[in-house]
Design a protein around this ligand. Structure first.
Ligand SMILES: *Cc1c(COP(=O)(O)O)cnc(C)c1O
Length: 233
């Protein structure tokens, strides 16, 4: 059985290989280890192997693990799941990043509730490419107006876009989706002239090559590092 450290090395190699194919500097691509449904002990093991950035989807689960790992002071926590208004306070207090901003109300609350002694919260707008009712995220045409209102919020730092395209094993389909997000990002960069807009959070275990080819700067990998998850109950 490969260890978490072995898996992590393997994912780093995948990132390097994909960067090379895309003629990109691998240093511009950051790995977010998605630890949902895996215990704090697995995060600790991954930390020992050198990983510092971890992504969680469910607040209560994340808070328990953060408590268990409080001795690791240089962990960086990213919230990547759907966010309800009644959960924003804890997220504003306990996380460094939120990738899943999908409406203004959530952004306003996160800014209001961000503790004064903390750096601004790094946020990405989650883009909904397919416009399916089942997936969260903002429709393409609504991204620019939401970005404008986030830029006015004092305690948020708008970093970029996040996307979870519909799962496909076809590289061309994956690349097509990610390329759309990258195009939207360039439009946003030129319309806002915002210097902090440097993040494209896209690509997971089975599509990180295509995401990197399209310009991902953060890939979010769970299964490839921690192994399969138990189905959520
Ligand atoms: C679970 C999850 C991931 C990781 O998915 P894997 O296929 O296990 O790599 C990435 N991003 C988000 C938003 C997730 O919910």
């Amino acid at each position: 059985m490969p260890t978490i450290a072995d898996n992590l090395q393997h994912v780093y190699q995948q990132i390097h290989a994909a960067a090379k194919l895309a003629c990109r500097n691998p240093e511009g691509i950051h790995l977010l280890a998605v630890s949902k449904a895996h215990p704090a002990s697995a995060i600790r093991e991954c930390y020992k192997a050198g990983q510092r950035h971890f992504g969680e989807n469910y607040l209560q689960e994340a808070l328990l693990k953060q408590e268990a790992l409080a001795d690791l002071t240089d962990l960086c926590w990213h919230f990547i799941g759907p966010l309800q208004t009644n959960k924003t306070r804890k997220v504003a207090e306990q996380f460094d990043w939120v990738h899943s901003i999908d409406r203004q109300r959530i952004a306003e609350r996160l800014s209001e509730q961000r503790p004064a002694n903390c750096e601004p919260l790094n946020v990405c707008i989650q883009v909904n490419l397919q416009d399916e009712d089942s997936k969260s995220g903002v429709a393409l045409q609504d991204v620019a107006p939401l970005a404008k209102s986030i830029m006015a919020l004092p305690n948020l730092k708008l970093r970029g876009l996040m996307a979870i395209p519909v799962k496909s094993d076809d590289y061309a389909v994956q690349l097509g989706s990610f390329t759309q997000v990258a195009k939207l990002m360039r439009e946003l960069q030129s319309s806002t002239q915002l210097a902090t807009l440097d993040t494209l959070s896209m690509g997971m275990s089975n599509d990180l090559q295509a995401a990197i080819a399209a310009g991902a700067t953060i890939v979010r990998v769970g299964t490839g590092i921690f192994g399969p998850r138990q189905p959520q109950t």
